[in-house]
Ligand binder design. Structure first.
Ligand SMILES: Cc1ncc(COP(=O)(O)O)c(C=O)c1O
Length: 491
């Protein structure tokens, strides 16, 4: 049996009547030493521990005996808390040495649980790892194929290209080195300028710097939060060798227009698609428009391999060069002969093993995330102080991380709100800081960047894990609106 440390609510519930055998089997499976006895509609009847079982068996009960709501073998007045209580209440019960607390809705139904290892809380994004992922990793570990050779690397690359509908996919250690490998393989290096949006995660710009090139920061537009085309045109110089559009928060950039500008000037495009796997642009999947496109499989991404990345090239020759560069620059024909001063950017077979299993579930993961975005949209759309994630009729978001803008709030309200939400079990995040404001990147800025500064100061990301239930989203929105209303908006 494969034991995971993910204890589900289902594994804690035992519907009465049930035999001792059934109750003990549930205790054995969930590994917590406890089950919650419930009625047909999940209403809590009582709590049964391994200690209760031991005492009952010593008193003469048999494994086949039936436990009913009237039996005296279990605790009918257990500690419990409302689903939406404060974290402090949960902690104070856990500190009394309770191992697992049922959390109930208004109808006394068990809707969640808390343990010391898992307080009821909503991380902003958590990975969804299934049994197949675990089986694949076990295969690597038990067979000894744990480094960067083994069947899963090729399988993952093929599955990825098939999903995108083409391209030459190369699996690498993470999304940042995917960008660096793409830049280097495409010949971008010392003294070349690469235009990149100012509103992005630092990895985009770091990869440019580490490839030896010079990042040139462009502001973004309010409609897409991605690179502003007028800014882009203005920043092109004879040294501009590449544009790196970033499909930030899974929102596709205006890639056709970017391609037009790039082809007029003979400029290369390297797409940063780290957050946008599954997004579409004019009904085609984002990822095959640039000379290369880079993805991340960090634990919070749409699919994960722990750490991991993919760079997908349009051109087979460039892809071959990148494969060699990924592997120390060694010639595929002559062992230990270096054609280039390369890198070790390889992905392990274990990472790819997870990736293969995740690719098998990508539609399921994306669909669930789309429903989460729709639920948030419908619950938040009436709140005028919020701008919801951008929408247009030519693209579809990847539904990576639900991020809204707070309009009309002064000062540090957004940050205070994040702190308050944290106290109530909700992990909310600020938007990315504009690159030009941070010391390592000051020198790459040209001007004020009003849009990136505005988006950054006012954006807040809410929990968006694929495992969130509709009930949990209602709960999160309830707390979010409650906390937000304690700050007055100027609007
Ligand atoms: C926009 C963007 N680019 C690049 C990366 C880098 O990916 P990784 O974390 O896999 O190196 C990330 C990931 O967090 C990202 O969000």
């Amino acid at each position: 049996m494969i034991v995971t440390n993910r204890i589900t609510l289902e594994s804690l519930l035992v519907k009465l009547p049930a035999t001792f055998h059934e109750a003990l089997e549930a205790i054995n499976t969930n590994t917590l030493g406890i089950v919650f006895f419930v009625g047909n509609d999940r209403q809590l009847i009582g709590v049964f521990t391994d200690g209760d079982a031991r005492r009952a068996l010593l008193a003469g009960a048999a494994l086949s005996d039936l436990i009913t709501a009237d039996s005296f073998y279990f605790n009918k007045s257990p500690h419990y808390l409302p689903f939406d209580c404060d974290i402090s209440e949960i902690w104070s019960l856990l500190e009394q040495n309770l191992r697992c607390i049922p959390l109930l809705d208004a109808s006394h139904r068990v809707v969640d649980f808390s343990t010391r290892a898992r307080i009821r809380r909503f991380p902003v994004l958590e990975p969804d790892i299934g049994q197949q992922e675990i089986c694949n990793v076990l295969e690597c570990v038990t067979s000894g194929w744990i480094s960067s050779q083994g069947r899963f690397i090729g399988e993952f690359e093929r599955a990825f290209s098939d999903y995108l509908g083409g391209g030459h996919a190369i699996a690498v250690a993470n999304g940042t080195v995917a960008l660096q490998l793409g830049l280097t393989a495409l010949g971008i290096g010392h003294g070349d300028e690469v235009i990149v949006p100012n509103f992005t995660f630092g990895a985009s710009i770091n990869a440019i710097i580490h490839s030896g090139a010079i990042p040139v920061l462009a502001d973004v537009d309010l409609d897409t939060w991605t690179i502003d085309l007028d800014e882009l045109r203005k920043l092109i110089t004879p040294q501009t060798k590449a544009i790196m559009p970033v499909h930030i928060y899974g929102q596709p950039a205006r890639i056709d227009e970017i391609k037009e500008i790039a082809s007029e000037k003979g400029i290369i495009i390297i797409e940063d698609c780290a957050e946008a796997l599954g997004a579409t642009y004019k009904n085609r999947r984002v990822g095959l428009d640039g000379d290369c496109t880079c993805f991340s499989f960090f634990a919070n991404k749409t699919i994960t391999t722990g750490e991991g990345g993919m760079v997908v090239f349009k051109d087979a020759g460039m892809a071959q060069r990148a494969r060699i560069l990924r592997d120390h620059g060694m010639s595929p024909q002559k062992r230990y002969w270096h054609d280039y001063a390369g890198f070790n950017f390889r992905m392990t077979n274990m990472q790819a093993a997870i990736g293969v299993a995740q690719m098998g579930r990508i539609e399921e993961l994306l669909n669930r995330k789309k429903l989460i975005f729709q639920a948030y949209d419908s619950l938040l759309s009436e709140h005028q102080v919020l701008s919801l994630p951008p929408k247009n009729n030519w693209s579809e978001n990847s539904y990576w991380l639900y991020t809204v803008i707070l309009n009309g709030y002064e000062g540090d309200v957004r940050d205070k709100l994040i702190t308050q939400l944290g106290y109530r079990g909700i992990d909310a995040r600020p938007g990315f800081y504009p690159m030009h404001q941070m010391a390592p990147y000051h020198q790459y800025g040209h001007g004020a960047y009003p849009v990136s500064s505005y988006l950054s100061a006012n954006s807040i990301s809410l929990p968006s894990s694929p495992g969130l239930s509709d009930e949990e989203i209602h709960h999160i929105v309830g707390i979010f609106i409650d906390e937000l209303s304690s700050f007055t908006s100027e609007i």
